[in-house]
Design a protein around this ligand. Sequence first.
Ligand code: TNX
Length: 499
Amino acid sequence: MGGANEKTRLEDVVPVPAETKSTDTGYTITENTVINIRDEVAAGIAELLAGLLRPATGYELPIINGSTRGSSSGISLRLDGAPSDVGEQGYRMQVNPSGVKIRANKSAGLFAGVQTLRQLLPPAIESETEQSVEWTVSGGHIRDYPRFDYRGAHLDVARHFFGVDAVKQYVDYLAQYKVNYLHLHLTDDQGWRIEIDRWPNLTDEGADSEVGGTAGGYYTKEEYIELVEYAQDRFITVIPEIDMPGHTGAALESYAELNCDGEKRPEDTGVNVGDTSLCVDKEVTYEFVNDVIKEVAEMTPGPYLHVGGDEAHILSDEEYNTFMDRVIPMVLEHGKQPIGWHQVLGANPPTKTITQYWYPGRDAPEVAAAAKEGHEIISSPASRAYLDMNYNDQDGVGQDWAGNTSVKDSYSWDPGTFVDGVNESSIKGPETALWTEFVETVDDIEYMIFPRLPAIAELGWSPKKKTTWIEFRQRLAAQGPRWDIQEINYYQSSQVPWP
Ligand code: TNX
């Protein structure tokens, strides 16, 4: 690593690539560079790459569909020539004086390669205005693929609402670090954020406020679909969460009949958890849940639907199980694979139910037992992956119930083996969570996720043997100048040797 004029080495990318081999001479993007594709499916990725490179370079960078021979100089993106061992998300990249070649088996791999190329260019590439910089990429070869197929990031849009543009920006950040699932926590006590045709009060009444009593909001169906498609174009699958039977204050505020006592619950703008539940004994509850699952499933192309299931403290185990026994099959009937926070295991759901582990510690016998039965596990231990935890007693806008979480803490765990008694083969992958009781603005979001989201993204992507803190902190430091140009409000942790 060195001064601002030194080229980024192939191994300095976050997440660090699986294999790199450097050579002396790289490739310099010039006004003559073209972006070459041969498969129509690469066109969207080429457009995104061009959109990224054109402002700062000021070059035209035309996209050429070069089925003709001899047109492979410049940057080429192709779905062939990748070894089968990079899988569906991996890629191979070759950089020499005649160009940059990215090869993959599937378009997701090409997109991942493009994110790597982005980081191999000087930080000034992130500028929105033309810069006079030599746009040189280090020479050599990269073979890269993820350790876990699943690398998730959660965002709570219920406690504080974030509109379509803010979430698109969040998606951009995920894409930059090869995260491929966005878990949207769409409903909670303080707000219902997704339009449901059969139950219009949910958004007419249940969406208007948020924590602290400020104005809330919701996504119309069109807006939600727009978000899903925006994410899809960046190879990110949206997982909608409808949290139930607890965390349902906003629904209980919108419809009297969903309450056991038949009275609308008052608006909730506080931060308590665990004191609400849908009425398990009423048949209308299941009509409601079925309608919601149906409509959400219909507008979600991804395979998963998250049913929450956490902190239903006012229910007995029996009541909780009665509810989940009816609701989990509804998700399957509507064609989606259910995910639930790990409390859902109490109801003995079918093994197709993926469970998301969230307690801070390593000791979770029920999760270990579920893994043995064949449940897949998403790993989000609060002491590592809850990005609403503060960095230390001074820095952060969140909370500390799972302990303060420094950048080093967020990096120093192994998603494959964190939970005692769970084998890596049961782990789908890590997922960060950003709860927003105290996270109010986009600046707040950025401060809490940078640099910890890139840290966990690397744990999800890179081979375990390459993820050492001592080297990571150097790679992370080199991201700082990029984030400065991107105007990201990141936390300048003293654990990281920023340039
Ligand atoms: C626990 S994690 C919750 C959330 C809170 C979060 C705050 C989980 C499944 N439930 O309702 O927002 O802690 O850190």
